[in-house]
Design a binder for this molecule. Structure first.
Ligand code: 4FV
Length: 262
């Protein structure tokens, strides 16, 4: 898969290419990654990439010519690549979009600066407009690297032995279970017994139950439009029984407030 970042600060992106899983994916040839300087696609001696907004107002706008030239030049060597504009107006980035992108032959990221890019670029050159969150950043570079990082690790073979993209948060729309490693007791707190038992079926159900707990407590929204597996329904029913027992127990010991049949 080919990744190209179009930016006025290519030096921001290069360190990202030189570390961790992204670096190894490049070295193994599973991906290629480049950061192109938009100034190299200007034609004036001041290498101007921005100008004042028509209609007045504060801030500057990125000029269309350098962006169009940079996109065309990049597409010349990667014609099947899709163009992604990072902007707060875009689709909110998530794991599903990361999986969609990981199936593409290539991505060309446009990194906005100032107030944004000339609208004619958005209308005529952009395939996807993506936002990493409802806040305004100084530039699209970090956002492009966030998307690239989440996509690269979904490319088969990039993660290697240390992790698997199949079993993780959002892969089944549940948050991940807790992770433990040595020592078995840390500052008086022990690792859950079941994880030391070697009993894989019990470990699996502990992990599923913990994922459900984490998701129910931290991201109930993820459960709302999610069809539960029979095992998950079983777990939730057991919880309900335990909670009912708890409530019943409370009413028995006269906790009046609870007796209201809530
Ligand atoms: C952004 C975001 C973002 C807006 C103006 C760059 C900045 C400047 N990109 N998700 N949120 N971009 O704030 O992706 O051009």
């Amino acid at each position: 898969m080919k990744f190209a970042v179009l930016t006025i600060f290519p030096e921001m992106c290069r360190p990202f290419f030189e570390h961790g899983i992204v670096r190894r994916a490049i070295e193994s040839g599973k991906i290629s990654a480049s950061a192109a300087d938009l100034r190299d696609f200007t034609s004036d001696r001041h290498k101007t990439t921005d100008d004042r907004p028509y209609g007045g107002g504060c801030g500057m706008v990125m000029k269309p010519e350098p962006l169009a030239a940079a996109i065309r030049s990049t597409k010349a060597s990667a014609p099947e690549s899709r163009v992604v504009l990072m902007s707060p107006q875009g689709r909110r980035f998530n794991q599903a979009i990361a999986q969609e992108f990981a199936s593409l032959p290539g991505l060309i990221f446009i990194c906005g600066r100032y107030e944004g890019v000339d609208e004619r670029i958005c209308q005529n050159f952009v395939d996807y407009e993506v936002s990493i969150g409802d806040y305004v950043m100084t530039g699209g570079e970090l956002a492009a690297m966030v998307v690239m990082d989440a996509v690269v690790r979904l490319i088969p073979g990039t993660l290697g032995g240390e992790a698997s993209a199949e079993r993780e948060s959002f892969s089944n729309d549940l948050l991940e279970h807790g992770h433990y490693t040595r020592p078995p007791v840390f500052e008086g707190e022990a690792v859950p017994e079941v994880l030391l038992s070697g009993h894989h079926a019990e470990i699996e159900s502990w992990r599923l139950e913990t994922s459900l707990i984490h998701t129910a407590l931290k991201r109930k929204d993820l459960l709302q439009n999610r069809c539960l597996s029979s095992k998950e329904v079983e777990i939730l029913k057991r919880w309900r029984r335990e909670i009912d027992t708890l409530i019943h127990g409370q009413s028995v010991c006269g906790a009046g407030s609870l007796s209201g049949g809530q």
